[in-house]
Write a protein that binds this ligand. Sequence first.
Ligand code: 57M
Length: 358
Amino acid sequence: MIYHFLVPLSAQLGAFNVFRYITFRSIYALLTALVLTIVLGPMLIRWLQKIKCGQYIREDGPQHQCKAGTPTMGGLIIGMAVMCSTLLWADLTNIYVWLTMFVFTGFGVVGFVDDYIKVVKKRNKGLSPAAKLGGQLLVAGIAVSLLIMEPAYSTTLSVPFFKNINPDLGWFYLPFAIFVLVGSSNGVNLTDGLDGLAIGPMIVGAGCFALFIYVAGHSEMAGYLKVTHVPGVGEVTVFCGALVGAGLGFLWYNAYPAQIFMGDVGSLSLGGVLGFISVLAKQELLLTIVGGVFVFETLSVILQVSYFKFSGGKRIFRMAPLHHHFELKGIPESKIIIRFWILSLLMALMALSTLKLR
Ligand code: 57M
């Protein structure tokens, strides 16, 4: 809204021209979301404590009993900050911005319903896995269908490290992109089991994709770096900025020892939207490198569950997802978290290097 209000004034006062720049608005979107989460965080924590939205802790697995009662559904504040900041700073005539907000809200609603049943209604099971997956598929299906109908958007695939390989998936792109969104959403959800473990790599991922999406939307840069150009998509950088800001503000309270957890409302929406941004930036496969931590966590679950079934009860890891394995080995929680953050930074740098290594 600031964009729509101030840019027309640039005819009278040249200084307002600065609001045209995506980079300028992305930085202010980051700061706005950061300030909103830091200022409103304590209020949300007190309110969630008052209405007794505390986390139930399972008794099997690593000892987290001291965390019992920590308020959850902190994803609400991330959602509110990201949406307010995007609505303030982005060009709201841009279809990609609206699709991104739709994915973020849609996955958030699925997570919210799950949290609500678990935490408010005190039924520990939450939504059934089928209902949860159904909700995710529906949101992803609507968003990707609308996206591929956009004339400027192509259904080709970029292959990291190979600039000349761009197969056109045609209609097969629809199930593929839906898989990316749903997989990413569940990957972040599985990772969200230690203080700051999911939000750290999420901040790094959003920052990294801010750059990729900016380049994809910029015809000269995309041409120079030989990445697929998607006209108009650069505006989503503002959303990525808001995501980084809200993530940092949330980490302020979710850092070890956490005062609040994000809940499914946070993990499903963040994961889903990261997947969607990778699709918008035409860097779908690169998401496996940028979100490497989420991929390792998910693979550990797939391997563990499959091996458990086929071997009649044997395990590869002491417990899956991977962070539980390290906890059960006796590594302190804060050390595991920081090592996973380091890993995510390294993976993001590796992903950025693909811009030149082609
Ligand atoms: C939800 N939820 C956390 C919090 C957070 C298939 C199977 C591997 C699924 C997996 C599972 O259910 N994963 C998804 C993970 C929970 O956190 C809440 O959930 C939200 C995210 N959805 O925001 O609201 C707990 O995680 C801890 N936590 C923190 N700090 C944070 O900032 O400490 C979360 C955020 C919280 C808190 O303790 O209560 C969770 O872990 O439950 N299931 C598992 O992870 C289970 N693994 C398992 O059963 N492994 C088996 C294989 C064969 C499937 C095995 O390896 O033998 C373990 N989960 C737990 N205990 N908690 C089992 C032991």
